[in-house]
Design a protein around this ligand. Structure first.
Ligand SMILES: Nc1ncnc2c1ncn2[C@@H]1O[C@H](COP(=O)(O)OP(=O)(O)OP(=O)(O)O)[C@@H](O)[C@H]1O
Length: 904
């Protein structure tokens, strides 16, 4: 019988197999006949998404020897032989599919691309982790000037004693949470009356000491010129003045005054807070429009922008049904990993999907929802991850909550150490069991005044024992510490792989090409030399094509061909794609440092160095956890977010000494500190649970981040490393690389054409021609060759070679057509999905020109003209309604006898 539970949550400790179960579940769905297109699996980091994708394929490829097999058989209620028999077919389906295993951010970006026009942006926007701050700031200041809000800004800077750039940071933080703040209202309140009252009470108090022989230091302590100075005094926060030098002259009336003074100070601080937030919210709208304008200009969005826009679409522009269920092939199964770090906002966006999944009746019978997480590993509170969400969601949707007790990852000593360390320290911690046949493993803690040296000693020892560099991970508290580790290890000739080294622009060949582009731009010999060195070629004169300025990608293609630089390194291909995003060479050179696209493969072997935060969900045979190298930074974030469960209740402005006057604030501050403490403890739990075999901890004697764990130098077990696996020459592996699948016209066209029962050849011919046009980087004759290669690869099996020549001929004529060239001058979007009046269509070509939009529909045969006109007429109406700008529609017949362009 099938053990498949359709709605299930797994809440379980590190290494207990949550991701494993997710993979098992995904594959089981495939074995039960579900299509990969219908399954969405979302993770928190890109790394986790890539790993999951790899695990799916690996597990399927080697299913006969994998632990997953038994579990899949159990879930499907089938025997293992039957499962193995179906494996090739399932693998084929998986490889051919447009799978949706991705981060929540990418998933939202994908949704937004489909509805880009509804949000007023172009669908081919680039994504960056953060937007161009300076630009946004300049735009924001300009808007403040136009709207006459400069004084508000200045007032805020004064109130909070912050620089304008800090206020900018606050706006950014609020922007990310804006939808959750809708219910909050702040009103600017006058601070002056509170101030006057406080100063008057102060004067009365001072008067009571008049004529008394108060000591000099006592008198000095009493002096205060302003309300802020009063707040800074120690005595103002005391319960009574009957202490210290004041004691001798104390009379009870003084405490009455003191109490009143404290009330006035509290009132002052609260008024300050109200005013501050009232101003901040006033500016928030300007900030939002500054961000959006810059985003539109650069056609580039940060993930916060994407989340905000999708939230807006969902709430105001688009029927929720459409957002999820009409555009894509139907989503029937939703799997969420690392749920403890999903933010409330992200969940609100996913909610319609979840609700569809769990409302199981009729056609929805085949839906399922699965989420896994571990609240002990919740470490993204600052980003709006709210661990309470887990409980709220499982309860609301009545999910079966299961737990897993066995640790499948780590050795006996690591599991024992982790149990001993966190038992009683993390609320509700339950000991984990070790897996059957677990190796003993090893744990060592060392206290070292110079932690970097302690760390190096461990790494060198492991290498000497025979561990491969790639099996060792050093986990650090911050990125900066990671840099120090890298330097230290490099100085000892140990190679290191970090986040930075795995960026696309850090790859050798890509760096070579970037040097070449600098050479084209700056014309300085040094760049040419760098290029030759990085490309491993002799120093020689290089061409500096003038077109490199407008079409850098083209210049790069040329130089790659000339020097034979493309030897299957997919990073070059990916880089060319990235390069296409830039208007011209200047834009690229100005911006390229910010390109955070990841490299296709990890080129280098080396010790992995990463922050504890980045290590979540990952595992390594040998892990060295390094103490924080610097001092702990005090938490000085000016805004405190007070949550009640998953609801953001209110905001507080952090003000020094306020806790002493304001109990409600003091409670909020305490709660905040406790939560920050939980986060820090959880981060340590994450760090210690990454090790499979050996775990090493390097702690400083003072100010250690491990202090609260009471760790001291010790060893557990006998140190050793796994015998190296026999070094098989690694087979060159094809990395499945997919361009963003935005949904294709293919399906729609096929459906449309099938309806008119056209002959199959004509349909395929039409699709191939459309595809060639879609693949053209720009409508230049130089791009035709690459587009034709793409088409031949895709349709080679279906069409004869001669047919491709026909297509090439037709397109050559099209590219030479004056009218066509004029129409496509502008910003171009291809295969743009569009939803209007309940209908989904794909536009072949949408061009934004200065003051108007142009819709172009290609046709490969002159038949059904009246239907075609009707279709384009519908597009025009839709784009006009969405963009509220003039729109022109054209039918573009790309025929054997020539090009005909008909205005509709
Ligand atoms: N049932 C199982 N049988 C055999 N091996 C398993 C099983 N479950 C998990 N494993 C293995 O144990 C290791 C840890 O599993 P996994 O990464 O799924 O844990 P997790 O709960 O997601 O951990 P974390 O919370 O740290 O992300 C993996 O190497 C996985 O292949």
């Amino acid at each position: 019988m099938s053990g498949f539970v359709p709605f299930q949550a797994l809440m379980a400790s590190a290494g207990s197999g949550k991701t494993f179960s997710l993979v098992v579940r995904y594959l089981s769905l495939l074995f039960m006949g579900e299509s990969p297109d219908e399954i969405v699996a979302l993770t928190f980091t890109n790394k986790a998404a890539n790993e999951m994708q790899e695990r799916l394929i690996e597990a399927l490829t080697h299913l006969h020897e994998r632990d997953e097999l038994k579990e899949i058989a159990a879930l499907c209620g089938a025997d293992e032989t039957a499962i193995l028999q179906r494996r090739p077919e399932v693998l084929k389906r998986l490889l051919a599919a447009d799978t949706k295993v991705m981060t929540i951010d990418s998933f939202f970006a994908r949704i937004l691309r489909k509805f880009a026009l509804h949000a007023g942006i172009m669908p081919n926007f680039g994504t960056f982790e953060a937007q161009h701050e300076l630009k946004v700031m300049a735009r924001f200041l300009k808007l403040c000037e136009i709207e006459g809000k400069e004084s508000t800004l200045v007032a805020m800077a004064q109130i909070s004693a912050k620089r304008v750039s800090d206020i900018f940071g606050l706006l950014d933080a609020l922007y990310a949470k804006a939808p959750q703040l809708r219910h909050l209202q702040f009103e600017a309140a006058a601070m002056a009356p509170h101030e006057a009252r406080a100063m008057a009470l102060h004067a009365q108090l001072v008067a009571r000491f008049e004529g008394k022989s108060l000591s000099d230091r006592g008198r000095k302590a009493l002096e205060a010129e302003s309300v802020e100075a009063l707040i800074g005094k120690t005595w103002t926060a005391k319960a009574s003045l009957e202490y210290w030098d004041f004691k001798k002259h104390y009379d009870p009336q003084m405490d009455v005054l003191l109490r009143q003074l404290q009330g006035a100070l509290r009132g002052y601080m609260q008024a300050k807070e109200q005013t501050f937030f009232a101003h901040l919210f006033e500016l928030l709208d300007l900030y939002k429009s500054a961000k959006l304008t810059v985003a539109k200009e650069d056609n580039e969005l940060s993930f916060d922008d994407i989340t905000a826009l999708v939230y807006y679409l969902l709430g105001e522009r688009i029927d929720r049904e459409f957002l999820y269920f009409r555009l894509d092939s139907h989503i029937s199964h939703l799997l969420l990993d690392e749920f403890q770090d999903t933010s409330v906002l992200q969940f609100e966006i996913l909610q319609p999907l979840v609700e569809e999944m769990v409302s199981g009746s009729g056609v929805r019978e085949h839906h399922s929802f699965f989420l896994v997480g571990d609240v002990k590993q919740s470490i993204y509170r600052f980003r709006g991850g709210t661990k309470e969400l887990f409980g709220a969601v499982t309860e609301r949707y009545g999910l079966t909550v299961d737990s897993l007790r066995t640790n499948w990852r780590s050795s006996v000593n690591v599991v024992t150490f982790v149990n001993d360390t966190f038992r009683g320290r993390i609320d509700g911690y339950e000991d984990q069991l070790t897996k059957p046949g677990a190796r003993p493993g090893y744990v060592e803690i060392v206290e070292d005044e110079t932690p970097l040296e302690g760390m190096t000693a461990f790494v060198e020892r492991l290498l000497a024992l025979g561990a491969a560099p790639g099996e060792i991970a050093v986990l650090t508290a911050t990125n900066k510490d990671g840099g120090a580790v890298q330097e230290t290890l490099n100085a000892r000739q140990i190679d290191v792989v970090t986040e930075t080294t795995s960026r696309l622009i850090a790859q050798r060949r890509v760096r070579a090409v970037i040097e070449y582009l600098k050479y084209c731009y700056f014309d300085a010999e040094i760049y040419a030399r760098n290029f030759c060195a990085l490309a491993d070629i002799a120093v020689q004169p290089l061409p500096r094509p003038i077109r490199a300025f407008d079409a850098p990608a083209e210049a790069v293609r040329e130089v790659i061909t000339r020097f034979g630089l493309f030897d299957g390194d997919l990073n070059i291909v990916r880089f060319l794609e990235v390069l296409e995003r830039f208007r011209d060479l200047e834009a690229f050179l100005f911006e390229h440092e910010r390109i955070d696209t990841k490299a296709v493969t990890q080129e280098r072997e080396g010790v992995r160095v990463l922050t504890v935060h980045k290590s979540k969900g990952l595992e390594y045979p040998y892990v060295v956890v390094l103490d924080r190298l610097g001092r702990k930074k005090a938490d000085t974030a000016p805004i405190l977010y007070a949550y009640e469960g998953v609801e953001l209740r209110t905001l507080y402005l952090r003000q020094s000494k306020r806790a002493e006057f304001d109990p409600a604030y003091a409670a909020a501050l305490e709660r905040e500190a406790a939560l920050a403490d939980d986060d820090a403890l959880n981060a340590l739990y994450v760090a210690f649970t990454r090790a499979r075999e050996n775990l090493y901890v390097v702690r400083k004697p003072k100010e250690s981040m491990f202090e609260r764990l009471g760790l001291s130098s010790m060893t557990l077990g006998t140190e050793g490393v796994l015998a190296a696996a026999p070094a098989l020459p690694e087979a060159p592996r094809d990395i499945p690389y997919q361009a963003l699948a935005l949904g294709r016209q293919t399906e729609v066209v096929t459906a449309e054409k099938a309806a008119v029962a056209e002959e199959p050849f004509a349909v395929t011919f039409g699709l191939a021609m459309h595809y060639a046009l879609e693949m053209m980087a720009a409508f230049e004759i130089e791009d035709l060759a690459a587009a034709m290669t793409a088409v031949t690869n895709r349709y080679g099996a279906l069409l004869d070679a001669g047919v491709f020549e026909t297509i090439r001929g037709r397109l050559t004529r099209l590219l030479g057509d004056e009218t066509f060239r004029r129409l496509v001058e502008g910003e171009i979007a291809r295969e743009q999905p569009l939803m209007y009046e309940g209908e989904l269509r794909y536009l072949d070509l949408l061009v934004r020109q200065e003051e108007r939009w142009v819709v172009i529909d290609y046709k490969s045969a002159r038949r059904y003209e009246s239907e075609h006109r009707e279709q384009v007429g519908f597009y025009v109406k839709a784009v006009r309604a969405i963009t509220e700008m003039p729109v022109e529609g054209y039918l573009c017949y790309v025929l054997e006898e020539g090009v005909e362009i008909v205005r509709v």
